[in-house]
Design a protein around this ligand. Structure first.
Ligand SMILES: [Zn+2]
Length: 337
């Protein structure tokens, strides 16, 4: 999103580097390259002025359990060693992971979510006070106060599968709720938020690794159908963009194009995606679909899954949150007597 906005600013008013204030875009791959860490340090050090450097890190993950988190920590530690007056602003941080070379000053004022949404996020934050600072009480007024969170349920005869991602009926019911809110109609039924709601104002977010669009072979034949929830949304006529695991593997070019489109909301479509793909982004309406990552979530409790959903899906929402409840698995037990 930042890259897209900078590109727009550049095309509107091109300022050639090295003029002060000119935008210069670099691309570093912290997921895969140690060399890029050093290159980023070298490039940033050329911007130091009077001993000062100002850096913004969006959705900074310093976690040592993750290789990109380790690289980001290394990058920041090297900057801190070399720049006497380093000012670094980082969003989305677990404070327990902050590199020791930094002197943290937490900003805990809620900036994004309406109070009703914030309460749902805080349910998770309150359980993680050892690694996340709780929000402070005095927040900036949210964009639309006190909207009731809408709760749907993946539970009755028409619903299929363990999780809503698999369920066509959930897709239809989410679509009906979005229509009721005025999405795509040129209007909005959100109190205090009369600007018309477009399809691009909606994220449908899940943790599930099972989310996918139709997968086609080279001849254009569908070899594997889209997830149930995607089919249900399309049955109701909603324009849908899916960012899922399989889509990334099967068509890299389409994936890159869709990521860019979603980041800058270029195309008027509802986005259905995993929450790891929309870090740093927000939408007025967010639908939270509980689900699991097939390989990584073995043995995780439903409570822990719910905690992640609130931190990484609900927190994307500025105004209207829609949650889909899933009934807990009931295990039949018998006792020999
Ligand atoms: Zn369902």
């Amino acid at each position: 999103m930042v890259a897209g906005q900078l590109e727009m600013a550049l095309s509107a008013d091109p300022t050639p580097p090295p003029t002060p204030g000119a935008v210069v875009r670099h691309h570093y791959d912290l997921f895969n390259s140690d060399a890029d860490v050093q290159q980023a340090v070298t490039d940033l050090l050329t911007r130091v002025k009077d001993g000062q450097l100002h850096v913004l890190l969006d959705e900074a993950d310093f976690s040592s359990s993750d290789v990109s988190g380790q690289r980001l920590s290394t990058l920041v530690a090297r900057l801190a060693e070399s720049v006497p007056d380093l000012h670094l602003w980082a969003a989305g941080v677990f404070h327990i992971d902050i590199p020791p070379s930094l002197r943290p000053e937490p900003l805990t004022v809620p900036l994004r979510c309406a109070p009703s949404v914030l309460r749902e996020v805080q349910t998770a934050v309150g359980r993680l006070t050892g690694s996340i600072h709780n929000y402070s009480d005095s927040g900036v007024p949210g964009p639309g106060d006190g909207l009731r969170v809408i709760r749907l349920s993946h539970h009755d005869n028409a619903h299929r599968g363990r999780w809503p991602v698999e369920c066509q009926q959930c897709g239809k019911e989410v679509a009906a709720e979005l229509r009721r809110l005025g999405v795509g109609s040129g209007g909005s039924s959100l109190p205090n938020s009369p600007t018309p709601l477009s399809y691009r104002d909606v994220f449908i977010i899940t943790r599930s690794s099972e989310l996918q669009d139709d997968i086609e072979d080279d001849a254009g034949q569908v070899t594997s159908r889209a997830s149930g929830v995607v089919r249900g949304l399309r049955d109701e006529g909603l324009p849908v963009c899916v960012l899922g695991n399989q889509d990334r593997r099967h068509s890299r070019a389409r994936w890159e194009r869709d990521v860019h489109d979603v980041a800058v909301a270029a195309t008027d479509r509802v986005t259905v995606t995993r929450y790891s793909y929309v870090h740093g982004l927000e939408r007025r309406v967010v639908v939270m679909l509980p689900g699991r990552h097939k390989e990584n979530d073995e043995g995780l409790s439903d409570e822990l899954i719910d905690l992640g959903d609130r931190l990484f899906a609900a927190s994307r929402c500025t105004t209207q949150l829609i949650m889909v409840d899933v009934p807990p698995v009931t295990t039949a037990t018998s006792t020999a007597t």
